[in-house]
Each structure stands twice: as structure tokens, then as C-alpha cells.
Design a protein around this ligand. Structure first.
Ligand SMILES: [Zn+2]
Ligand SMILES: [Zn+2]
Length: 119
């Protein structure tokens, strides 16, 4: 039995708690949030991450291209964006999964809204 309610909807649940970190960074400005998630909402956050961002291969060699986040805005595909986005998910008994992306000044608000960083 999890000790804390799920961060999505604050509902109680059976089963193991999993955690995720979401963030957006723009120079010295950063927005980060930690979420405690039930198994169901962990799965739905993975779906969202797959749709919006690019998953990094955590097993790729350090010199590989797997470490380069995409330069294109996740929504409008504009190039040269100032916001770097990330989602880290820690599924139970599995390797952490990491997604990266970027956003333009307009679409950052969309990302923050999706991630529940702003009301
Ligand atoms: Zn939940
Ligand atoms: Zn954009």
C-alpha cells in the first residue's frame, strides 16, 4: 500500500509508488517538479513523454548521438529554442527512462500546462 496519494488527481491506490521528475530549463530559469505516481498514471505519463519528447538511450556510449536533445520545438517544430525540457521516470525495478526536448517561447506554456507545473 502506497503511503502517499498519486500526484495525478490525489487519489489513493494499491500497489507500488513510482516517481517522475519533470522539468523545463531556460538559462537561469528553471521549473522542476517531482511527482509520485500510481502504476496507471506512470504508464500514461510514459505515453505523454513518448508523444512530446525524444527518449534518450541511457545505454548508449557517452559519445553517441543519444545525448543530444532535439533542437526542434516539440509542438511547432521551430528551430533554435531557448527552453530545454526533460522528463525522468523511475519505473519500479527497471532502469530509469529519460526523455529530452525543447520548446519555443510560446509553446513552453503548453508544456508546463501538460506537466501540471502551472495550474
Ligand atoms: Zn494515479
Ligand atoms: Zn513552438
Amino acid at each position: 500500500m502506497a503511503m502517499f496519494p498519486c500526484s495525478v488527481g490525489n487519489h489513493r491506490y494499491q500497489g507500488p509508488q513510482q516517481s517522475a521528475y519533470l522539468g523545463a530549463v531556460n538559462g537561469t530559469t528553471s521549473e522542476r517538479v517531482k511527482k509520485r505516481l500510481c502504476p496507471e498514471h506512470t504508464a500514461s505519463l510514459i505515453d505523454v513523454a513518448d508523444q512530446l519528447l525524444e527518449e534518450m538511450d541511457v545505454n548508449a556510449p557517452p559519445s553517441g548521438s543519444g545525448l543530444s536533445p532535439t533542437r526542434f520545438c516539440f509542438r511547432c517544430k521551430a528551430e533554435g529554442n531557448s527552453w530545454a525540457l526533460f522528463i525522468n521516470i523511475y519505473p519500479l525495478k527497471q532502469e530509469p527512462r529519460v526523455w529530452f526536448g525543447s520548446a519555443c517561447a510560446t509553446d513552453i506554456n503548453e508544456f508546463l500546462g501538460v506537466m501540471g507545473l502551472v495550474p
